[in-house]
Structure formats: structure tokens, C-alpha cells
Design a protein around this ligand. Sequence first.
Ligand SMILES: Cc1cc2nc3c(=O)[nH]c(=O)nc-3n(C[C@H](O)[C@H](O)[C@H](O)COP(=O)(O)OP(=O)(O)OC[C@H]3O[C@@H](n4cnc5c(N)ncnc54)[C@H](O)[C@@H]3O)c2cc1C
Ligand code: FES
Ligand code: FES
Length: 469
Amino acid sequence: MFEFIANRTPVNTSASPGTVLLDFLRDELQLKGTKEGCREGDCGACTVLVGRLTDEGMAYHTAASCLLPIGALHGRHIVTIEGLTENDLSAIQQAIVDEGATQCGFCTPGIVVALAGFLLNSTSLSVDDGYAAVEGNICRCTGYASIRRAIVHLVDVIPTFSSDLSNRVTHLVDAKLLPAYFTDIAAKLKALPPATSDSTPSVGATRVAGGTDLFVQRAESLLETPLHFLDTPDLRGIRREANRLVIGGGTTVEELLHAEVLLETFPGWKRSLRLVSSTLIRNRATPAGNIVNASPIGDLTIMLLALDAELTIHGPDGVRQVALSAFYHGYKSFDLADEEWITTIAAPIPPDGARYNFEKVSRREHLDIASVNSAMQLVLDEDRIADARLSAGGVGPVPLFLRESSDYLRGKPLTDETVSGLLKVVDAEIAPISDVRGSEVYKRRLLRRLVIAHFTELCPDLELVEGAL
Ligand SMILES: Cc1cc2nc3c(=O)[nH]c(=O)nc-3n(C[C@H](O)[C@H](O)[C@H](O)COP(=O)(O)OP(=O)(O)OC[C@H]3O[C@@H](n4cnc5c(N)ncnc54)[C@H](O)[C@@H]3O)c2cc1C
Ligand code: FES
Ligand code: FES
């Protein structure tokens, strides 16, 4: 039995915890404004807001309800398109009407909810943040120019708010951008019995973090399976600990994208993280889920391999540490027993002179899995390479830490001869196969380009002459 609030209404249900919210909203609560498009997190038609109580008040994020099991929602406030208005059109809806940004209307509820997520979460309320909020929403008929105009229009009509998000809900209610009932939600959630904060999985239960891989791969069978939800406070957060950065395994990718400590440590961090899925998916997806899903092209895994990440794994026999570069044994085979789970992922704070870059090639910029991706960390000592770590995805059965390539670079001068030699070592170290994402030859060429891109990005003074490489 678990309880949450859907818009204005308390919900108490004993439905299977694996029931996805989209079905529960439409079939049980008869809230048909949330649309079913792809059921794979790809279209955004099913976007809802999920609110949770934090020490600073309510925090809301968008989520794809087609991938969101209701068992993860105890003590949460769910907001659908029906919960975003009182009587009149909201400012978001009015901007869409005024700019002709809807035609058949199928995508529109998802876009309106995504833009409510923008109003609740953007510190700057900039047009760019508005665009980012809808990057996971596909429209088949209107065309995106009018949707972009509606966002510009919306940004134009809303008042200026403090960048401090802790009072944002109150400000939005005062400005009539959210219905008044939002101000009572925190007190109502506090009155619910507390959610369990125990992150120890019960024996035989499938661990669910964001669910953005699991509910694409086997939503049907998860209806019948015992589930253990890992989005608990003790598994979240990003902190500096002595000379390491420590990331909770259940931290969301969107939280990583905005984490001050990561933004300060790695210039270009935001650009890299924005290449991962969309705001809608990043709001739920976690790095531990990315690692355990074991896709050879998992973006977070590739980034973390170049950062020399180490996993802390808990289980019935205690706690152990495993280097991420030693975690994978073969395709979808890795060093984690059924009854174990990842609690943290730690990486050394890079030394002075370190530079880091991530590159990804996919058919579309957002919402697409890479054909090939790669990350590189270089530590420079004047014009010598003191240390290097290079990783690559999509060019072998597992996400690869390219050990020989990294060793080759160590101690070498930073010259185009070194880069040229590296490209040969990289080519010998990978083993891509031809598949739907490209032929073997194509993937070899892609990785070659990505390695050159690392040097172009990290060492702009190094003038690489294409013919000489
Ligand atoms: C539309 C869409 C776009 C996507 N785009 C990208 C993309 O651009 N790049 C990319 O890399 N991925 C992408 N993904 C895949 C997915 O979002 C990521 O792999 C994500 O990081 C998975 O995390 P999760 O928390 O949702 O995992 P879940 O689905 O919850 O779990 C995945 C696996 O990890 C296990 N698990 C989760 N947490 C733990 C833990 N702490 N300890 C032990 N086991 C654990 C689960 O049991 C399960 O086996 C996309 C997915 C969708 C639906
Ligand atoms: S139905 Fe397409 S994202 Fe959920
Ligand atoms: S208005 Fe028809 S899909 Fe967007």
C-alpha cells in the first residue's frame, strides 16, 4: 500500500508497484490528458511533474510517466496537465495559443507540463533553459519554430523571479502561473506516513533506480516482479571528500549536470552532460543505472572511465571497492552479484594541469544513443603529457578504458607525431562490430575523429595537420 497526491487528490493504492504511472493515470484515475506516444521515453507526450519534499520545500521535476513505476511515488505530488490550471488558460497555454504552437494537440499537454518544469527549475528563466526543458518532447505536426516562439513569448510575459529556487512555488502561485492549491501540498505530504528510506534491497527483488532502462526493456515482466526502489536520499548527492569527488549511485544525471563542484572541476561539463538523453530522462536516470545496464555505449560510463572512477559496492558480505575499468568481464557481464548494489561512485580530483573532454556522435544531438563516444583526461606538464586516460564506447563488447592508448601517451611530448602515433595504438586496441549504428570501418573512423577532437578541444595551441596524422 502506498500513498501520493495526484494534482489535488490524495491517492491510496495497492496496485502492483511496477504499474507505470501513465497507465495508472489514464486507467485508474481517468486523467486522460497525459498521452501515450512511444512508451519508451522518446516522445514526451506522457510528461508529468513529480514533486518531493526537501529541506528547502517542494522540488518538482518532469518525468516520463510511461517509465515511472508507481511504487517509486510514495509521498510524492504528481502533477498532470489537469493539475496545472484553475479555470482560465495558464500563461504557458496562452503563449502556445498566441503563437500557433499546437495543431493536432497530441504533444501539447506534454509540452505544457515540460514548460511548467522550466518555470519551477530554471534559475535564470532564459529562453535557452526553456528550449532545454522541451528537448525531450517531439511534435509531429506543428513544427518547432512556433513552439520556440511560444517559449520566447512566455519568457517575455513572466515576471522576474529570484534565482533562489526555494520560494519558487510560492512566487509562481502569487503570479498566477501555478494554481493556488500548490501552496498546501507540502503540509499534505508531511501528513502521509513516511516512505521507507532503507536502501538495502530485499533478496530476489529487482533494483530500480530511475527505471529509464528497465521500463524500456521489460515493463511487462516488472508488473509481476518484486521491486526495490533505490531513489532514496542516502544514495543521492555529490560531495568533495579529501582528494575525491563522491557521487551517490542514485543521484540523477540532471543533478550531476548542475552540480557546482563538477562544473568548477571540469570546464565543458554542462555541454557533455547535455549530450545525454533529454531533460525529461536525465531527471530520473542515474549513473549507477548506466553502469549496471552495461551498454557498450553508456555515456556516463564512458565519462567515468576516463575519470578513473571507483565503485563502492554493498552486499550481504559487506562493502568492497572495484575500479570501473575492471568492472566488466564481457558483453553484459560484470562484477556485481545479484544481491549487491552500488552505493557510490568516486573519482580522484584531477591535479593541476588536468583537462577533460567528452565527445559523442549520434544520429540526433538529443535523445539518441551514441554510435561511438569517447572521453579523455590529459594532465599536462608544460608541453609534455604527464598522465592520460582515454575511454571509448561502441567499439567493443563493453565500455572500454583504452589502457594501452593511455599508457602510450604518458610522458610523451604534446606534438602531432604523438597524436599520430596514438591513433595507430587506438585502432589496434578496439574491436568494433558492424551493426545498426554503423559498420566496423565507420566506427573506427568515428573514433579516430573523436580522438582528434579531444586534442582540438583540450590543446587548442596544438596545430594538428590532417594530412600528417
Ligand atoms: C529516451 C531515452 C534516451 C536515452 N538516452 C541515453 C543517452 O543519451 N545516453 C545514455 O548513456 N543512456 C541513455 N539512455 C539510457 C538510460 O537513461 C541510462 O542508461 C540511465 O543512466 C539508466 O539509469 P536508471 O537509473 O534509469 O537505470 P534503471 O533502469 O533503474 O536500472 C538499469 C539497471 O541498473 C540496475 N541498477 C540501478 N541502480 C543500481 C545500483 N545502485 N546498484 C546496482 N544496480 C543498479 C538495475 O537493476 C538495472 O539492471 C536513454 C534512455 C531513454 C529511455
Ligand atoms: S509515451 Fe513517449 S515518452 Fe512516454
Ligand atoms: S501538435 Fe500534433 S504532434 Fe504536436
